[in-house]
Design a protein around this ligand. Structure first.
Ligand code: FES
Length: 249
């Protein structure tokens, strides 16, 4: 884990102000919390500030958010320096790649993904590539271990990666056509790639049908690129066809 410090003074802009659109969004967000509890909005508002700046948080943005929420600067600085979702120095214009380097991802090839970052982006983490488009870092577990190895880019995760498929992800981002987030080996979420592996006999016997290999959630219902994670699970998963326990009406 790298030491997380603010960017040096020569990189810091003199001031920060939310755009009108983002300010209206932030006020709406703050209003969701009871009086004197506005500090609870600190993470989403910091995130919006980071998006506006271009992927990182200058000190002026941290101070602006603290003033908006009536919080001591040090409290907001603590949040910004604790969570690795916040970047404290300029990042690549097209993508900042966070590679999970924790044990399950290491066992499944994370070190090859990091080697690719070193070759294609910069030898060292937190350095912007020569064209200014990419940067990378290694982070701790991002909660998608079952689809290891994986990377997080902005709001999107790319999972079940190989050196080849990760290279294609970087190619797509470089060309302005980011590939669809999620598993890059063709499977649905974390479902077995060859179809269901349990209850096969019972399902077939009770329903008189072959076990379904079709996905329980269609691609069209999956997470949309660039959208927040909490918008990805709206469709209720459907039971597999042929599931004898499913209600019929
Ligand atoms: S170990 Fe990589 S996502 Fe958990």
């Amino acid at each position: 884990m790298a030491v997380r410090r603010l960017a040096p003074k020569e990189l810091q802009p003199a001031s920060f102000a939310f755009s009108d659109e983002n300010l209206a969004w932030a006020k709406e967000r703050i209003a969701k919390y009871p009086e004197r509890r506005q500090a609870s909005a600190v993470i989403p508002i910091l995130w919006r500030a980071q998006e506006q700046v271009g992927g990182w948080l200058p000190e002026a943005a941290i101070r602006t958010v603290a003033d908006m929420l009536d919080m001591p600067y040090i409290r907001v600085l603590e949040v910004a320096t604790f969570y690795t979702q916040f970047q404290l120095q300029p990042v690549g214009k097209k993508a900042h790649v966070q590679v999970c380097g924790t044990t399950p991802c290491q066992l499944r090839g994370a070190s090859e993904l990091i080697a690719l970052c070193k070759r294609r982006i910069h030898h060292d983490p937190f350095h912007v590539s020569a064209d200014g488009d990419f940067s990378w870092e290694e982070v701790e577990c991002l909660g998608a271990c079952v689809n290891a190895p994986m990377v997080l880019i902005g709001k999107d995760t790319y999972e079940d990666l190989t050196t080849e498929s990760f290279g294609k992800v970087l190619d797509g981002l470089a060309a302005g056509k980011p590939p669809k987030p999620g598993p890059q080996n063709g499977r649905q979420f974390s479902a077995p790639i060859d179809g269901i592996t349990t209850l096969k006999t019972d399902v077939a016997a009770n329903a008189g049908a072959k076990p379904a290999k079709e996905p329980v959630v269609a691609d069209a219902e999956a997470k949309k690129p660039g959208e927040a994670a909490n918008t990805q699970e709206r469709p209720a998963p459907k039971p597999p066809s042929g599931d004898a326990t499913a209600k019929t009406s």
